[in-house]
Design a protein around this ligand. Structure first.
Ligand SMILES: Nc1ncnc2c1ncn2[C@@H]1O[C@H](COP(=O)(O)OP(=O)(O)OP(=O)(O)O)[C@@H](O)[C@H]1O
Length: 280
């Protein structure tokens, strides 16, 4: 990234709204002194930060900084060698990812992870899995008469479909959809779980400008209208500064910045990290 890119990404036009910055005072997620190693590689080193209710929280940093690893710690995919994860005031015990999903944490993936042969509607229905008994899920998708519980789930899913403006593709197999719409369906599937905390792993990756604008709008709408707390990893700095309330910055596995977009954009360590300035 060039000096100009850093300055553009940190221009005042991208300032987040003061109204949003005021929101979300209660901490719902906290990582404390997390250290994660893969053999001899230290992916995360003694990192602590929190996520407050109702905010959009970004985790940024150069390639290899430890962002995905941190998302996987929050999500329960990785168990750190040191440190603690707290969710809703409780220290998390060792849990499987599906148990964590039942606690109200949902995520999307960097590489879309949808059932490509299934329709938009059925993919989003699978997002209800944590809310329904498995038999009902499979009846809903494959056969079976509509039951009351199924109808309630279907109703919520239809609400998500309307909200994301994807009614026109509800019966289309997702493998046939353009990339930007597949990303939207994936967001829909995560929303169908009615998460308290939604984790987005590079939601704009591979998108053109228009698709990025659409996705930014949907993320903010989800945050505003569903009241969902969102933590995201994103490489596009302009987008990050636009939609986030607070940003944590990692570099070589360590936290080098944490604050509002304004605070982060004027942090010299952050600017140096993005410009590749060496630090001992
Ligand atoms: N499963 C793994 N096994 C071994 N090393 C890993 C593994 N996952 C990540 N790492 C290493 O941990 C460090 C942090 O990687 P991570 O993918 O978390 O960074 P990142 O900030 O998400 O990078 P990128 O922006 O390139 O996706 C890197 O040095 C990476 O090579």
């Amino acid at each position: 990234m060039s000096q100009q890119d850093v300055q553009q990404a940190t221009s005042p036009n991208n300032a987040s709204s003061p109204v949003k910055a005021e929101r979300g005072r209660d901490v719902i997620m906290e990582v404390r002194n997390i250290t994660l190693r893969f053999g001899g590689v230290v992916a995360i080193k003694d990192v602590s930060f929190d996520i407050r209710e109702g905010e959009v929280r970004a985790i940024i940093g150069p390639n290899g900084a430890g962002k995905s690893s941190m998302l996987n710690v929050i999500n329960g995919f990785y168990h750190p060698q040191e440190g603690e994860v707290w969710f809703h005031g409780e220290k998390r015990k060792a849990m499987k990812p599906h148990e964590i999903a039942r606690q109200g944490i949902a995520r999307t993936f960097q590489n879309i992870a949808l059932f490509k042969g299934m329709t938009t509607l059925d993919n989003i229905m699978t997002g209800r899995l944590t809310k329904m008994n498995k038999n009902i899920l499979w009846q809903t998708i494959w056969a079976g008469p509509a039951e009351r519980e199924e109808l309630e789930h279907r109703e919520f899913v239809e609400h998500v479909i309307d909200f994301l403006e994807i009614q026109h593709i509800r019966k289309t197999p997702v493998g046939r959809l353009p990339y930007g719409l597949q990303k939207r369906v994936e967001l829909g599937r995560a929303l169908a779980a009615e998460p308290k905390l939604l984790l987005l792993d590079e939601p704009m990756a591979g998108m053109n400008v228009e698709e990025k604008e659409d996705m930014s709008r949907f993320i903010l709408d989800v945050n505003e209208e569903f009241g969902t707390t969102i933590a995201l990893i994103e490489h596009d700095m302009g987008v990050v500064m636009d939609i986030s309330d607070r940003v944590v910055v990692l570099d070589y596995g360590q936290k080098i910045g944490d604050g509002t977009p304004d605070e982060v954009r004027s942090n010299q360590a952050v600017i140096d990290a993005y410009l590749g300035v060496s630090h001992d």
